[in-house]
Design a protein around this ligand. Structure first.
Ligand code: SAM
Ligand code: SF4
Ligand code: F3S
Length: 424
């Protein structure tokens, strides 16, 4: 009999939700005495947690999996966000495909009998083995009901399903008790949290309750859909000290006709009104967004509206994506008629505005003092993020990992700041 402890390797693609999913997979595999390895070639089992938002994510899987075929006895498992249309090809590469809701079946796939994880349990309620000791992700819902026409998520993760607030609060309380200093609540649209539950909290109420937990910690959340952002939520962010002055508000396009074709259910005027309300109530505020360039039929004139919106808002950060047609989505039937060259050009133009604004915004902070949560140490520098999500580095001889420190900012680049510990 082979008594060697089996090792598994997690390949996590995509967003924070996949990181949170990996933390639950880890709990299951550790419970059957499998050991995690960071070295792929040492693994007996490779678990890929896929992202299907763009074709490039899927191509990466096809590319990497070529090496796996040569390895005898290797078990490969695919989970995460996979679209139905990709499954036949994936079945040729992987030994097993498993829905993310069914990860409690992993022991059985590996021929191990285990009763440690209840088969009927909602997978988000599996106690995670967190990837970090300072910051933690807490999913509050899974799936999405919005069906933006470019997006695979409602297909890969299904309809929105919220976790009970009792369960979320219990997890947050435990994290704070265990010394965690930052909690990020996750959902595809946190603003619609709880609508599928009877007699539970709304998102602003949940945020308030987490804020009110005893302890010294920061609270962030992602993602807010502009169509569902309420004044009540803005008030809760503005009035509570633990909730960070940071908002990620994906706009996707600055043109109303394109927004309509994307099925986003808001106008650029509504988006700008939200930004104004946020800026008026919360100061300082760090604003980031997601935007897609080259959506089918997006004319040069329509794209100019995205440029105008960028110039108006002056984002601190933006995740700019070239449109990628995805099977099974509403826009897949529309002709992908903007060339790659043109998509690249549009992305470059928005990137240029972003960089100019981000640098300007960062320069305004020079000589100010920011509170930083220190989360990394490399060579002579400590690194961390400010409440307003800015990357900051500084030098120190003391071990400051996991602590809040006040840093006087001396230098800035486009997306980062450097300073020294504030004296006195
Ligand atoms: N729920 C979030 C929201 O409502 O904005 C976004 C989640 S989505 C998984 C992450 C980002 O990927 C989107 O905001 C969008 O900018 C980008 N994205 C999604 N589908 C895309 C596609 N087909 N092509 C290019 N970018 C895409
Ligand atoms: Fe995708 Fe839209 Fe849902 Fe976000 S809100 S996950 S973009 S369908
Ligand atoms: Fe996230 Fe990609 Fe799924 S962005 S929700 S992992 S399709």
């Amino acid at each position: 009999m082979d008594n060697k402890q089996k090792k598994y390797y997690l390949w996590i693609l995509g967003c924070q939700m996949n990181i949170a999913d990996a933390e639950r997979i880890r709990t299951i595999l550790n419970s059957i005495n499998y050991l995690e390895t960071n070295i792929e070639k040492d693994a007996d089992v490779i678990i890929t947690i896929a992202c299907s938002v763009k074709q490039s994510g899927i191509d990466r899987i096809f590319g990497k999996s070529k090496n796996w075929k040569k390895r005898k006895n290797l078990i490969t498992i695919l989970t995460g966000c996979v679209v139905k249309e990709d499954k036949p090809k994936m079945e040729k590469i992987f030994n097993h495909l498993i829905n993310i809701h069914e990860i409690n079946k992993l022991p059985r796939l590996l021929n191990i009998e285990s009763d440690k994880i209840s088969p009927s349990r909602d997978y988000l309620e599996i106690l995670p083995q967190y990837s970090d000791k300072i910051k933690a992700y807490v999913p509050i819902s899974n799936g999405c009901n919005n069906f933006c026409t470019y997006c695979v998520v409602p297909n890969t993760r299904g309809r929105e399903k919220s976790r009970s607030s009792e369960n979320i609060l219990k997890e947050c309380k435990e994290l704070i008790k265990n010394g965690y200093k930052e909690i990020t609540l996750l959902g595809q649209n946190v603003n619609s949290y709880g609508l599928d539950l009877k007699n539970d909290l709304s998102f602003p109420e949940l945020l308030q309750k987490v804020n009110d937990l005893e302890g010294s910690f920061w609270l962030r959340f992602s993602t807010s859909h502009p169509k569902d952002m309420s004044d009540e939520l803005i008030e809760v962010i503005a009035n509570n000290k633990n909730i960070c002055n940071y908002i990620h508000l994906p706009v996707q396009s600055g043109n109303n006709d394109v927004l309509k074709k994307m099925n986003r259910n808001y106008t650029k005027e509504h988006y700008l009104e939200l930004i104004n309300k946020l800026k008026n109530k919360i100061n300082p505020l760090f604003i980031s967004t997601d935007i897609i360039v080259g959506f089918p039929g997006e004319t040069k004139k329509q794209f100019k509206d995205s440029i105008k919106l960028f110039k108006k808002v002056k984002f601190d950060m933006a995740y700019i994506s070239q449109y990628s047609p995805r099977q099974g989505t509403g826009s897949f039937k529309l002709e992908d008629n903007i060339s790659n060259k043109e998509k690249k050009k549009r992305k470059f133009k928005l990137d240029k505005i972003l960089k100019k604004d981000a640098l300007k915004n960062n320069k305004k902070i020079i000589s100010k003092t920011l509170k930083i949560l220190v989360d990394r140490h490399k060579n002579e520098y400590y690194y961390g993020k400010s409440e307003t999500y800015r990357d900051v580095r500084f030098k120190s001889n003391k071990n400051l990992l996991g602590q809040f420190v006040k840093i006087k900012i001396l230098k800035s680049t486009t997306f980062s700041l450097e300073g020294e510990i504030k004296k006195g």
